[in-house]
Design a protein around this ligand. Sequence first.
Ligand code: B12
Length: 216
Amino acid sequence: MNKEDLYRSMRKAIVEGDKPAARQMALEAVRQGLDLNEVIDKGYVPGIQEVGDLWGKGEYFLPELITSAECMKAAMDVLQPEMTKANVKSRSLGKVVIGTVEGDIHDIGKNLVASMLQANGFEVIDLGTDVKLERFIEKAEAVGADLICLSALLTTTMANQKKFIDLLGTRGLGGKYKVLVGGAPATRKWAESIGAQGYAENAALAVREAKALVGR
Ligand code: B12
């Protein structure tokens, strides 16, 4: 199968919620030695975006969204170890504590960011979803993190990104960690307004931003 057909099939697998196909296409991409960052960006992400549009139009409901999210995960479970293998670095670029903030269970974007950071040489500690703000601090302190990455997909939970920066301040830890925020409702302007050190609109840019923040 050529690259364009493969990307189309990946998109279709996500939109139709076909987990075996999503996984199979990922294995095929690895077999063909394709650029896996491009595979994610051009094959899988457009699929989940289309699912979002279908939901917005009222054509898809929660069960379809969940199935599509599981398909994304099945594909990433194949791609992520391969990406990490291909980029094995002798020394870590830095330690990253990442999670989706309290009240929010969206994790597809967060997982992509975590995978790409890891694949590009960061040591990533993923706390999962619905993470209490204190937990980010506890973990960052325990592992000696360089960066803390907060994902939020809801306009309501986005407020927790600001609360987190305020919490760091009240704990006397403002400036100790570089905080990177993201998620669909976040913007560079929002990041600046709350005093976060970084923002990125997608996983590839998150890697670039994280590297810049640790001076690489
Ligand atoms: C899939 C999905 C779900 C799935 C999530 C499955 C999962 N495992 O994640 C399910 C079905 C569970 C779900 C539930 C809900 N959802 Co929902 N969901 C979506 C949907 C369709 C896609 C999100 C997604 O995965 N996008 C694809 C990824 C790749 O993009 P991304 O997340 O934006 O991530 C990229 C960037 O933002 C960035 N990024 C992300 N995180 C980070 C972090 C850092 C540090 C950085 C630098 C960058 C970064 O990089 C990522 C990769 O490129 C969106 C619609 C949309 N268009 O966004 C709605 C959406 C986010 N959901 C919405 C809502 C309302 C809900 C529910 C409240 C619905 C309900 N009534 O129950 C619940 C929330 C429950 C909760 N407490 O969290 C609304 C939010 C509205 C708002 N403005 O607040 C949206 C926008 C849909 C809509 N148009 O109404 N949802």
